[in-house]
Design a protein around this ligand. Sequence first.
Ligand SMILES: Cc1cc2nc3c(=O)[nH]c(=O)nc-3n(C[C@H](O)[C@H](O)[C@H](O)COP(=O)(O)OP(=O)(O)OC[C@H]3O[C@@H](n4cnc5c(N)ncnc54)[C@H](O)[C@@H]3O)c2cc1C
Ligand code: FES
Length: 311
Amino acid sequence: MIPSTVADRVSPHLFEARVVRNDALCREHFRMVLGGGDLAGAVAGQFVHLGPSRAGADDGLAMLRRAFSIAGLRSTSDSCEFDVVYRVVGRATAWMASLQNGDGVSVIGPLGNAFPIRTAKRHAWLVGGGVGLPPMLWLADALAAAGRNAVGLIGARSSDLLAITIDGDASLSPDATSASRAAKEFSACGVPVVISTDDGSLGYHGHAAGALSAYYGRAGVAPDDLVVYSCGPEPLMKAVASFCMARSIECHVCMERSMACGMGTCQSCVVGVRDELATDGWRYELCCTHGPVFDATRVIWSGDPAGGVQQ
Ligand SMILES: Cc1cc2nc3c(=O)[nH]c(=O)nc-3n(C[C@H](O)[C@H](O)[C@H](O)COP(=O)(O)OP(=O)(O)OC[C@H]3O[C@@H](n4cnc5c(N)ncnc54)[C@H](O)[C@@H]3O)c2cc1C
Ligand code: FES
């Protein structure tokens, strides 16, 4: 069952996990497999808050926890194993990249809400750009298991920044009019992909929202039979949201904010949302507890006027 309300969700808990693998995927991204603890009941879209282990070599390394989407989850004989795909951008992610197999990581999770899976719609497309890829990996599994016709539209700035394994023999459509089984991580669950790169070094030449438009133009899918999910840089999600809203296609976006607590206490992670009942036609919601997944029609993007009020 997909949790849809706060009351439905599995309660987050604090546990120590161990690094099972920590491999470089491309020039900037790593995939860490963490074992131990219990994320049973977690669903695609939810995230974990990671920090240095309380016991062990990282004692004395003081930093706030950082949020990472759960990119995959598997049961093991004694607990579970889950994946985090991360891009090294600063202190915490550099610490993560330095971890060795067996090292401890402190985890709080699962946190946040989930991507809704619409059983009444046959088609589900996942538009992920750059570091927006991780939640799409697990969502592809969930959609395939739910019997949806899922397609991934995955973009990166350049082919050497794509955090997935491309089969070198696979042919990729340069005009994004067909999806292929080129990406091993997606084809494992039977989901074909359209690859795009901003510099044209692989697949469609342009960003993933451009690939979405080109693919939609040829797919012949009715707008009310399609749901689009997106995660990535805000300009990409904004472009995907506008494309979908202009065609009355249901769209859900996975937002990112700096998150100090991850559970609704510090108020550091606000997202402006439209609310016709609010005095000015909009209000703030918390990315960590109301999101990170939001109905795209509600989100007020940076620079958007909302209810006549500029944020
Ligand atoms: C719900 C959620 C899920 C996320 N999932 C992933 C994931 O799967 N993989 C991944 O690589 N990253 C993910 N992130 C972003 C990740 O939390 C940040 O990259 C991480 O906190 C950076 O920590 P740092 O100490 O390495 O960098 P810092 O030194 O803290 O920051 C380096 C740069 O990144 C920017 N930055 C830091 N955190 C964020 C943020 N949350 N949103 C936007 N910009 C930020 C800073 O402004 C700065 O410019 C997610 C964030 C959220 C909120
Ligand atoms: S991160 Fe503290 S309220 Fe959202």
